[in-house]
Ligand binder design. Structure first.
Ligand SMILES: [Cu+2]
Length: 181
């Protein structure tokens, strides 16, 4: 009696395991698709500015949801063409010649089975023959903008100071008026 109950429990546990097994995915959903390879290679330093960014994924991409964004060292968006999808590969053409500097490729894609994948990685352009000023160093226009911003802040502080002084004078005046009453 006792042993048959034990068998029943074991059978029940086995049945539960069989029922539950398909509910536990072999791999998490996020592992369905990921970046297989990239050009320029992740974290690489390239001697020539790339004319395109090529991202190859593990699974076929849905062209509707493929986004590839290139930004420079100052986090400014670098102009590119629209993403072109071919199977598991997404490509964007780089519109302008990239000056030396560090860039970030950010992507968000959805595979044809509906699973999203996203990420980003940096790469560096270090062309010894590059004549363009490296990004990251402030250009004269940027330096001017920064100076204007600083003087703007100075004016802000000045206005705050004047407002505080006026308020202080007003408070003193009010106190005097109260005393004279
Ligand atoms: Cu999937």
């Amino acid at each position: 009696m006792r042993s048959s109950r034990r068998v029943a429990v074991r059978l029940g546990a086995a049945a539960l395991a069989i029922v539950a097994a398909p509910l536990i995915p072999a791999t998490p959903a996020w592992a369905h698709n990921s970046l297989r390879s990239a050009a320029p290679v992740q974290e690489s330093t390239v001697p020539r500015a790339p004319r395109e960014i090529v991202l190859e994924f593990m699974q076929r991409l849905d062209p509707t949801f493929t986004t590839i964004v290139l930004t420079d060292g100052a986090k400014r968006k670098v102009p590119t063409g629209d993403p072109v999808v071919s199977g598991a590969t997404g490509t964007v053409q780089v519109t302008d010649a990239l000056p030396n500097g560090t860039y970030t490729v950010a992507y968000r894609v959805v595979s044809t089975d509906g699973h999203p994948a996203q990420g980003s990685y940096p790469f560096t352009v270090a062309d010894p023959a590059s004549t363009a000023a490296p990004l990251g160093d402030a250009s004269p226009a940027e330096a001017l903008g920064a100076a204007t911003a600083t003087s703007g802040r100075g004016i802000g502080i000045l206005i705050t100071g004047v407002a505080l002084a006026v308020a202080a004078v007003g408070a003193v005046g009010l106190r005097r008026r109260r005393r004279t009453r």
